[in-house]
Design a protein around this ligand. Structure first.
Ligand code: FAD
Length: 602
């Protein structure tokens, strides 16, 4: 089994030439996030995750988190110590505001850290990920008192957070939830109901768990318009702001009644949580919970999309290592002594398919994160709103395509391993099992596709998508005009974008008028959007690599050696000739409409 090694050069290249970290570092408050500082941080974080989290990945898979008779939950051996080291090193705080003890780095930097943490140990990473979601909610919508009471301990990781949306009858349809909140005389609320599938709902890693719970207040409107969001701490916090802030009081009436036996991420306790008149604190206004959740969706969905990249990359690293060691067969024309399987064309095809798609989804994810940063802090209102729009458009692509790829990449990694991939010994089967959930939670990929093909396509009357299509065409034209090695890449990108444009126009004409058309074609459309957007950013990478190479000569320049830059071109060419043409093949599925889907009987 191979260890994880953070792909620092690739990360740096995307930060510098695709996501444009320098623009983010120009934003007020982010001046310290220059490339050298960020890469120094990334190097240290990469080492930390490889040494502390990665060795626990297999242990977690074997031992699982377990619920004890008294309702407490024990995480696997070594998790508690590693968590403490994580907190002591300050890693959870990196992307949060300094006033709550955070490192004050942009989201883009947080995403780089998250990629490494997730690749090292996806199950473990979920504790931090859910806490991050809860922090984000409190930062945006918590009162000053709530922020001061909870955030300092959550930002450091001393307390963790959860998100409680799902109930047995309310999964994708969150509006069907039935957990009740009734007002108490002292201005607090009493929460009663049962939530299922709550990640790290109970555990032994931290002193307190701050549950964010969606519930209905009396006389709330039906559906999503009647959802409110509450803070429900596992232990009540004695004193609000000021003296004794953060000291723990009584145990609240919330408990983990069982944990799920799952296919993967076995170290992450997935809890059924019972709230029995638990004390809760309303976040901001009643009946606005869904609106608040929507606001935070971009960051949460980006983080889950990133799981596909992270675990896919970990599986890719294992596949490369295995392919260079495993001797089997002889490539054509080679002596008969046997060769490592990496010499076979079909194995190389699998590895390069993985490498190219990993690079493509890293480009999309980091660009998505940079857009979120620019949208929140850029001094120019026009730039803020343009970046917010692009972030809105990219988010379902990052989440949906990123996690679909996570499944495909880990499956390919098993294929590279042959039979040894199917047995547990090599560890690659665990990646396949672990990542399977990412296409399901945080809005299933079917829901992401519907979001893209209906709500997002309609943004600014289709103008936001039109801007993306125009940007892709401009890059294609630039590469085509450059000619040489870039010419073919540019032409292929233009062809694929023509398919993307024609299906977009079809959906604009037929999908907005009759939603069934959009619903029926949404999933192939999201796939096409991922393939073409990935091709766009790999073409931009290739253009940057050619420019750097011509400036730096054979020795390379700016920290990238010539071989690294050559490889960027190889990847872009392979993607352009072998993966981008899939876009044209999806046109008919996007535009087929619902007739046959409803003609079929099941
Ligand atoms: C390991 C794990 C961890 C989780 N962690 C959390 C957590 O921390 N907090 C939390 O609140 N929840 C959590 N969840 C719940 C998760 O978010 C839900 O499972 C998910 O939202 C899907 O809901 P569901 O399982 O009820 O599936 P369903 O909603 O029943 O969906 C089943 C299928 O039907 C499709 N479908 C449903 N509705 C539509 C529609 N309108 N149009 C088209 N297709 C549709 C779906 O895409 C899917 O393919 C977790 C789940 C798991 C398994």
């Amino acid at each position: 089994m191979t260890d994880y090694s953070a792909p620092l050069a690739d990360m740096r290249f995307v930060l510098e030439h695709v996501a444009r970290l320098s623009e983010v570092a120009d934003l007020p408050g982010y001046e310290h996030a220059d490339l050298d500082t960020v890469m120094g941080l990334a190097e240290e974080a990469g080492r930390f995750y490889a040494e502390q989290f990665s060795p626990l990945n297999r242990i977690g898979d074997r031992q699982h988190s377990r619920r004890n008779q008294d309702g407490s939950v024990s995480t696997p051996e070594g998790f508690g110590k590693a968590y403490q080291r994580w907190v002591e090193a300050g890693w959870p705080a990196v992307p949060f505001p300094p006033e709550y003890g955070g490192g004050g780095f942009p989201w883009l930097v947080g995403i780089v850290m998250q990629e490494m943490m997730t690749a090292a140990n996806m199950a473990f990473s979920l504790c931090g990920l859910l806490t991050q979601g809860a922090i984000d909610m409190l930062l945006h919508y918590g009162s000053e008192e709530q922020r001061e009471t909870y955030l300092p301990k959550m930002v450091t990781g001393e307390w963790t957070g959860t998100m409680n949306l799902t109930e047995s009858q309310a999964g994708s349809d969150v509006g069907a939830l039935a957990t009740r909140a009734v007002p108490a005389d002292d201005g607090t609320w009493r929460i009663t109901g049962q939530k299922i599938f709550i990640t790290f709902g109970e555990h032994d890693l931290a002193d307190n768990i701050i549950h964010l719970v969606l519930a209905r207040v009396p006389d709330a409107p039906a559906g999503t318009k009647g959802i409110s969001c509450f803070i429900v701490p596992k232990f009540l916090v004695n004193d609000g702001p000021g003296v004794g802030r953060g000291s723990l009081g009584e145990r609240n009436a919330v408990e983990c009644v069982s944990i799920e036996d799952k296919m993967g991420i076995k170290a992450s306790p997935t809890c059924v949580m019972a709230y029995d008149g638990a004390v809760g604190y309303l976040i901001s206004e009643p009946n606005q919970g869904m609106r608040y959740m929507f606001k935070m969706m971009n960051t949460a969905r980006l983080s889950v999309g990133l799981e596909g990249l992270a675990v896919g990359d970990r599986a890719y690293q294992a596949a490369v290592a295995y392919a260079t060691e495993r001797v089997q067969g002889n490539p054509v024309g080679a002596p008969s002594a046997g060769a490592a399987i990496v010499e076979h064309a079909d194995v190389r095809r699998m590895l390069l398919t993985m490498k190219a798609q990993i690079e493509a989804i890293r480009c999309i994810s980091y660009l998505n994160a940079a857009c979120i940063d620019l949208a929140s802090r850029h001094p120019d209102e026009g730039v803020r709103s343009a970046r917010a729009e692009l972030a809105d458009l990219l988010t379902p692509i990052t989440k949906g395509w990123g996690t679909d790829l996570g499944n495909e990449l880990t499956s390919l990694a098993i294929q590279v391993h042959g039979g040894m991939g199917y047995v547990e010994e090599t560890g690659v089967a665990q990646h396949y099992r672990d990542i399977r959930i990412a296409a399901i939670y945080e809005g299933t990929n079917g829901i992401q596709a519907i979001d893209l093909a209906s709500r997002k396509l309609g943004l600014r009357g289709g103008g936001v998508m039109a801007d993306l299509l125009a940007a892709i065409d401009a890059t294609a034209a630039e590469a085509t005009a450059a000619g040489g090695e870039l010419g073919e890449v540019g032409r292929r990108l233009a062809e694929a974008n023509a398919s993307f444009r024609s299906t977009t126009e079809w959906l604009m004409a037929n999908g907005l008028a009759d939603p069934q058309n959009a619903l029926a074609g949404a999933t192939p459309y999201l796939r096409m959007a991922g393939i073409v957007t990935g091709g766009w950013l790999l073409t931009r990478s290739a253009i940057a690599a050619v420019a750097l190479r011509s400036r730096g000569g054979a020795g390379g320049v700016h920290g990238y050696n010539a071989d690294f830059l050559d490889q960027k071109l190889v990847t872009a060419r392979f993607y352009a000739t072998q993966l981008l043409p899939q876009a044209a093949g999806l046109v008919s599925a996007v535009t087929a409409g619902p007739t046959d889907l409803y003609a079929a009987t099941f």
